[in-house]
Design a protein around this ligand. Structure first.
Ligand code: SF4
Length: 541
């Protein structure tokens, strides 16, 4: 069966990048066309770079949880690590509140973002006590640097020592030190506020600091412009120790755990330590990389609850990376589905579960009993494995496995034959990749024979007794001859030329779907094509 859209340009609009955000918090992070490639070329290999993240764009809004799902190796972790600056972006941008932080060297962004890793065994140094582990980021960032504001006079000078950052303070109702606060974030307000009255002064300390007003000594030298001297009666080491204890209490551990080592804890407790460490510098944004995948199911629920409580208390934004869609459905406000370095579908979690508009999402959901998706058929098993991220397909990245792939109008073939043709093309593409090694190139140069038998076996396995119209058979024979002549890439190209469709030629843009707040990178979102679920149901029958 063949089909075609009603015509180019009749589809729905490509999603605008500046979407209406009134129903969410403010935009915190904007990722645009982000690419992270690993170039591992050596003397013996001419392989192109691994395109782990290959042109990803999305926004994150304050206070939300964005779930990031996809098969292992799809680039989820690399994307998360690039956002926090642990990997270098090859291209594209990451902006935080309009400031470019793509190169990972932005000190304020480093303070505002934290990461929780999948395997607490590997991410915690077994030679450090839990107290040392949680204090490490505090020491690395020189925490604390306490800012002071003076209220009640038009102008004042502040002096201080130890953790107090002194400096001139423009006073008044919104007075603020010109130095960063303990968290480095001006929006958190001053850490210590001194309110001057007639002959008196009052001291208040920002909540969440391990410090009380009684532990701050203030003396005021009044004059035309008062000088306020602030002395914290706790050492930096004490402040850090108290902060570590508070953080451990926050994640459900106790004071006595401070001096223990990671190997003395259960998996769930170790993950709690990882969360405490990630929270040390009062971040706004956490990347949670499969934070419960390595834990027992009963422990998973407790860690998920803890993460939800922390988010509600502190107003954090989460990027929650997972391969388990049930977990993502529970915790995420929106979900982004990733395949071969690309985000192929993005939208509100319930809307995506109820009506997936990308065939890859449909196949993932079909594997979850009771997912609530309209798919009521058998599990959709994808053919083969994802293509190499070194050599992704030229059109839609999912085209080599897609159960809903648009077929060419040139031939009217049964679905099984289309799939056999797709698979033969994958065979030639895979063989062509191995030709990129210098060893294979050398073999070709000295005229070593091509393994013609393997090609005949593949064609026999795929087509067997299958009837092929003569025009189609002629193309297959031509491709086989090219492969036997040593040019597998030309063979794959010949098949694509004859049997390919738009899916093989165009990398789909992000189409607005559903309520317009969702997007899908599938050409079937254009008017005139059958829906994804309907097509897959027909073909899988
Ligand atoms: S564009 Fe084509 S190959 Fe890609 S997901 Fe849509 S139907 Fe499948």
């Amino acid at each position: 069966m063949t089909e075609s859209a009603t015509g180019a340009g009749t589809g729905r609009d490509v999603v605008a990048t500046d979407r209406e955000t009134s129903t969410r918090g403010d935009r915190l992070v904007s990722v645009r066309d982000l690419r992270t490639y690993y170039d591992e070329r050596t003397l013996l290999s001419r392989s192109p770079p691994v395109k782990a993240v290959d042109g990803v764009s999305f926004d994150l809004f304050e206070g939300e949880t964005l779930g990031l799902v996809g098969e292992s190796g799809c680039g989820k972790t690399t994307l998360g690590r690039t956002l926090v600056g642990l990997e270098d972006a090859t291209d594209g941008t990451v902006e935080v509140e309009g400031r470019d932080v793509t190169d990972g060297g932005d000190a304020e962004w480093q303070r505002r973002v934290g990461m929780v890793f999948q395997d607490p065994d590997e991410s915690l140094n077994d030679r450090q006590t839990v107290g040392q582990i949680v204090r490490e980021p505090l020491e690395a960032h020189g925490w604390p640097r306490l800012s002071v504001a003076v209220e009640g006079v038009p102008e004042a000078t502040v002096s201080g020592s130890g953790p107090v950052v002194g400096g001139r303070v423009a006073a008044g109702g919104d007075a603020r030190a010109d130095a960063p606060s303990a968290t480095g974030d001006a929006d958190d307000g001053p850490d210590v506020t001194v309110s001057l009255g007639r002959g008196t002064h009052e001291v208040s300390v920002r909540e969440r600091l391990p410090l009380t007003a009684d532990e701050v000594t203030v003396s005021v030298d009044r004059g035309e412009r008062p000088t306020v001297s602030v002395q914290v009666d706790k050492s930096v080491a004490e402040l850090r120790r108290d902060r570590a204890e508070e953080l451990l209490a926050r994640v459900g551990l106790s004071e006595e755990h401070v001096r223990r080592y990671p190997h003395q804890f259960s998996g769930g407790q170790r993950q709690r330590v990882g969360i405490a460490r990630a929270l040390a510098l009062e971040p706004d944004f956490l990347v949670l990389d499969e934070p419960v995948s390595a834990l027992d199911v009963s422990v998973q629920a407790r860690i998920i609850n803890l993460l939800e409580e922390i988010q509600a208390d502190l107003g954090l934004t989460y990027l929650f990376i997972a391969h388990d869609l049930s977990v993502v459905r529970h915790i995420a406000d929106r979900v982004a589905v990733m395949y071969l370095g690309n985000v192929v579908e993005l939208g509100a979690t319930e809307a995506v579960f109820a009506d997936p508009s990308h065939p890859y999402t449909l196949s993932l959901l079909s594997a979850i009993p009771g997912s609530g998706s309209p798919w009521d058929g058998e599990r959709v098993t994808l053919r083969g494995t994802p293509p190499s991220p070194r050599d992704p397909p030229s059109g839609c990245p999912f085209a080599t496995r897609c159960p809903a792939k648009i077929r060419s109008d040139e031939f009217d073939l049964p679905e099984a034959t289309w799939r056999a043709l797709d698979e033969l093309r994958v065979v030639f593409r895979t063989r062509a990749r191995s030709e990129d090694s210098l060893v294979e190139a050398a073999k070709a140069l000295v005229g070593l024979p091509v393994d013609a038998e393997a090609i005949d076996d593949a064609v026999g396995d795929l087509f067997g007794d299958r009837e092929l119209p003569s025009a189609a058979r002629a193309v297959v024979d031509e491709a086989v001859d090219l492969a036997k002549g040593g040019d597998d890439r030309a063979a794959a190209d010949r098949l694509r030329e004859a049997f390919g469709s738009r899916c093989d030629a165009e990398a789909p843009e992000a189409y607005a779907t559903g309520d317009g707040e969702r997007e899908s990178r599938c050409l079937r979102c254009e008017d005139g094509y059958r829906g994804v679920a309907e097509t897959v149901a027909d073909r899988e029958r």
